[in-house]
Design a protein around this ligand. Structure first.
Ligand SMILES: [Zn+2]
Length: 229
């Protein structure tokens, strides 16, 4: 799996994108803002960020994990399977903290605001980010993987799972109520199912909580605790 990571990632990425694009183009999910105005902008930013990161950071997260030495996670006296779970949760916690910082400090928020100024929300919003935010976030993730010595399989699992979850959470879909409630225990369900608007995510606590989470309820509970007055 690790040897074919690039091909596996590309497959998961494009299958998810094509599936969500197909669902969103159904008349049932018609948007308030014309797709012809939003999709070129968001996909253009994705292309620009892809080129910048490919040139400036010519190493993948899995390659960094391969080269990591004896960080804390490598020294954990636990079963390898448990180590992978701990590694995935550690990376998810890191992304949660990073995202929380982006919403908390004005200088950083100004870069992250590009994501939140989309005039509507769909799967293309997932890739709508300022290049500086993407470059900074990519470097920091590689640093965390190296310093903690996150297991390679944990990196593979996290990257693939978070790719699907973040696309689905931004999708312009409204799941049936029961399905939405069940799925919420595992992932963030499509953001359009929640209120108030995505653009208010920095100030509105309920929206912020939903927006920040990536994986399971443990991180969600942690956020609830940290956001109590
Ligand atoms: Zn945000």
């Amino acid at each position: 799996m690790i040897e074919n990571f690039t091909a596996l990632y590309a497959t998961v990425f494009y299958v998810t994108v094509i599936a969500l694009a197909g669902c969103e183009l159904l008349p049932l999910n018609r948007q308030t803002v014309q797709l012809e105005r939003r999709w070129p902008t968001n996909m253009g930013l994705f292309g620009l960020n892809f080129v910048i990161v490919s040139i400036c950071i010519p190493i993948s997260a899995v390659e960094v994990a391969q080269r990591a030495g004896s960080g804390p996670l490598a020294l954990l006296p636990v079963d390898p399977g448990v180590g992978i779970v701990v590694g995935v949760l550690a990376l998810d916690l890191w992304k949660y903290c990073e995202h929380r910082v982006m919403h908390s400090f004005l200088p950083v928020w100004r870069f992250h605001l590009v994501h939140h100024t989309d005039t509507d929300v769909d799967f293309t919003t997932t890739e709508r980010h300022h290049p500086i935010e993407v470059a900074f976030s990519s470097v920091m993730l590689l640093a965390v993987i190296y310093v903690l010595a996150v297991p390679q399989l944990a990196v593979v699992t996290f990257v693939l799972f978070s790719t699907v979850v973040t696309f689905v959470s931004h999708a312009n879909l409204r799941l049936p109520g029961r399905t939405d409630r069940i799925l919420r225990w595992l992932i963030i369900t499509p953001v359009r199912a929640c209120d108030p608007p995505f653009r208010d995510a920095r100030r509105d606590r309920q929206q912020l909580r939903r927006h920040l989470h990536n994986l399971g309820s443990a991180i969600r509970d942690l956020s609830r605790a940290s956001s109590r007055p």
